[in-house]
Design a protein around this ligand. Structure first.
Ligand code: ADP
Ligand code: X2W
Length: 299
């Protein structure tokens, strides 16, 4: 057999290997929380968006929930203010809220543009549109942190309508309270609430780190499968800090409320989403119900 023929056969083999995964997730909802470095680096950005459009085109129903925390901080600094966080949540006064909404809106439309350029119909909405996300004011351990919202209701109908019309929804984490005031929502919270409400098959958090470490200073301590009770134990014992804390809380919340598979993935790895979904490589950290075992299809 000539070399070229072997190359084509290898390609065919890769597609055939993906078959059980394509069947498994056909028409299933997959929520992708897109944030961190994969948003800042243009190459990574294109790869993530290509991955999600591929998921759409092979028959899955992906929903993107995006962040933009780094970009918001850049603009907050630009206007001479100091970005300020409590427990991973941005302290959001009225001026910061205005900036955050402007920046998140811009990020949202850039993502829509990218998806559309790849031949997939996308609709970018914020939690304000169609009252997608209704919030109450959120406090950080009793501390007032301004216009930060805790989601109390997700209008799932609007998302079902978009999915039914074959659009890829791209959601920006801004919402309204009952008095129609604007609130800033942590994007991990938004992704979790949407995955829960839509009973998603999978929720994947793309972030800036390999996954959850027992010791963040020692890469050898990466945990590839973490049960809910072990996750709670790690948090109680102080192994988890910074932005990983709300992320892990959201992972537990999603798993305990019907999302079958929850993953923290390294958005710095090109095509990490495809690797996680279509191979049995098991990258990043999978959060599992107690007693559950990760079930990979294929080999
Ligand atoms: N045990 C841990 N394992 C992994 N990351 C941790 C841990 N403890 C703290 N972290 C920090 O949490 C960060 C991830 O949260 P964050 O930066 O908010 O992510 P994102 O911007 O993607 O939402 C990591 O980059 C790391 O610095
Ligand atoms: C309340 C709160 O903290 N909101 C976040 C919303 C954006 C976000 O979460 O972006 P990343 O996922 O990229 O960090 C913020 O203002 O930074």
């Amino acid at each position: 057999m000539d070399q070229n023929m072997q190359k084509y056969l290898d390609k065919a083999e890769v597609l055939i290997e993906a078959l059980p995964y394509i069947q498994r997730f056909n028409r299933k909802i997959i929520v992708v929380k897109y944030g961190g470095s994969a948003m800042v680096d243009e190459n990574l950005k294109e790869q993530v968006i290509k991955d999600v459009t591929l998921l759409k085109l092979v028959g899955f129903k992906p929903i993107i929930v995006h962040g933009g925390g780094k970009e918001i901080s850049r603009w907050v600094s630009k206007v001479g203010m100091e970005p300020n966080f409590v427990n991973g949540l941005r302290v959001t006064d009225a001026e910061t809220m205005e900036l955050a909404e402007m920046v998140l809106g811009k990020v949202n439309k850039e993502l829509v543009q990218l998806v559309e350029s790849l031949g997939v119909r996308a609709i970018g909405i914020s939690g304000k549109d169609g009252k997608l996300l209704t919030v109450d004011k959120k406090y950080a351990d009793g501390e007032d942190i301004g216009f930060v919202g805790e989601i109390k209701k997700v209008n799932i109908q609007i998302l079902y309508d978009l999915l039914e019309k074959d659009f890829l929804p791209i959601i920006c984490p801004v919402g309204l309270d009952d008095d129609y005031n604007t609130y800033n929502i942590n994007a991990d919270d938004a992704a979790c609430a949407i995955a829960r409400a839509m009973r998603a098959e999978k929720l994947a958090f793309l972030t800036d780190i390999e996954g959850v470490y027992k010791d963040p200073k020692d890469p050898a301590t990466l945990i590839s499968e973490l049960t809910v009770s072990d996750a709670r134990k790690l948090m109680d014992e102080g192994y988890i800090g910074g932005g990983m804390l709300p992320k892990l809380h959201n992972c537990i919340d999603a798993i305990e409320h019907g999302v079958s598979r929850v993953h923290i993935l390294d958005g710095r790895i090109p095509h990490c989403l495809l690797l996680e979904i279509f191979t049995n490589k098991g990258i990043g950290t999978a959060i599992l119900n107690d007693g559950a075992q990760q079930f990979y299809y294929g080999e």
